[in-house]
Design a protein around this ligand. Structure first.
Ligand SMILES: Nc1ncnc2c1ncn2[C@@H]1O[C@H](COP(=O)(O)OP(=O)(O)O)[C@@H](O)[C@H]1O
Ligand SMILES: [Mg+2]
Length: 237
């Protein structure tokens, strides 16, 4: 097997004395789209934040040919690892265009930035229509699109997506997932965290199930969708 783009070994996150992530191991190969599903409080966001070095953790994190657990979050941006946080985190008082440019603030290749901006507007035409509107007045779905677009402006190799469906109407969820599919088709590797297990497994090739800080199941999406334990606990059957 080729070396994984991302590999976590015995990853642990503690908040004070409480263990939120209890020594999990998983891997994402280049060009894969993999999901981490689990109920509210399972430790999914803590896992992504640890990978993006936004919170301290124990255990090993391999990314590319490097160990990154000793790095800080800002050191990862130039290395192509981008997190689209839960709740989106767009700059409410900046315009759509300004938010997108924030995603490229660490770059100085004006030509490449202009090309990527065009690419983002092609992928997300709604953002082009709304480019002069302040982000705080966008709908939830549009803000989610903007958060993804902003991450793409950093030319990521690996995109960590935290619950992109959260709080969105079903039609908007479908649109956001259509974008996730297109981004993956362009060759960006994706680790997708979702409470909406059915949706996540339909878009991913493989998945991990997380429960109370541990990974309890790991398999192909097809196998997980057919697994009675997954069907009962996560698919409402
Ligand atoms: N900043 C924090 N301080 C203390 N406990 C936290 C903090 N963030 C998360 N937790 C706890 O860690 C556990 C996992 O949370 P989280 O990673 O957000 O789960 P998920 O994203 O799967 O819903 C939960 O029990 C949550 O209450
Ligand atoms: Mg979460």
């Amino acid at each position: 097997m080729a070396q994984a783009l991302l590999e976590a070994l015995n990853l642990q996150v503690h908040y004070g004395g409480i263990a939120a992530v209890k020594g999990i191991s998983f891997a994402v190969e280049e060009n894969e789209i993999v999901c981490l599903i689990g109920a509210n409080g399972a430790g999914k966001t803590s896992t992504l934040k640890a990978l993006a070095r936004m919170i301290p953790s124990r255990g090993e994190i391999h990314y590319g040919n490097q160990r990154i657990e000793t790095l800080q979050s800002h050191e990862l941006i130039g290395r192509g690892l981008a997190l689209v946080p839960e709740g989106r985190g767009v700059f409410a008082r900046l315009t759509v265009a300004e938010n997108l440019m924030m995603g490229a603030y660490h770059r100085d290749d004006a030509h490449g930035i202009a090309t990527d901006l065009e690419r983002v507007y092609d992928l997300l035409p709604r953002l082009l229509e709304r480019r002069t509107q302040v982000a705080g007045t966008l709908s939830g779905g549009e803000q989610q699109m903007l958060a993804i677009g902003r991450a793409l402006m950093g030319r990521p190799r690996l995109l960590l997506l935290d619950e992109p469906s959260m709080g969105l109407a079903p039609l908007m969820v479908q649109k956001v997932f259509e974008v996730v599919r297109k981004v993956a088709a362009e060759g960006v590797t994706i680790l997708l965290v979702e409470q909406n297990a059915r949706l996540a497994l339909e878009v991913c090739s493989r998945g991990y199930v997380m429960e109370s800080g541990s990974i309890t199941l790991a398999d192909s999406s097809a196998a997980l969708l057919a697994d009675p334990r997954v069907r009962t606990a996560y698919l409402g059957e």
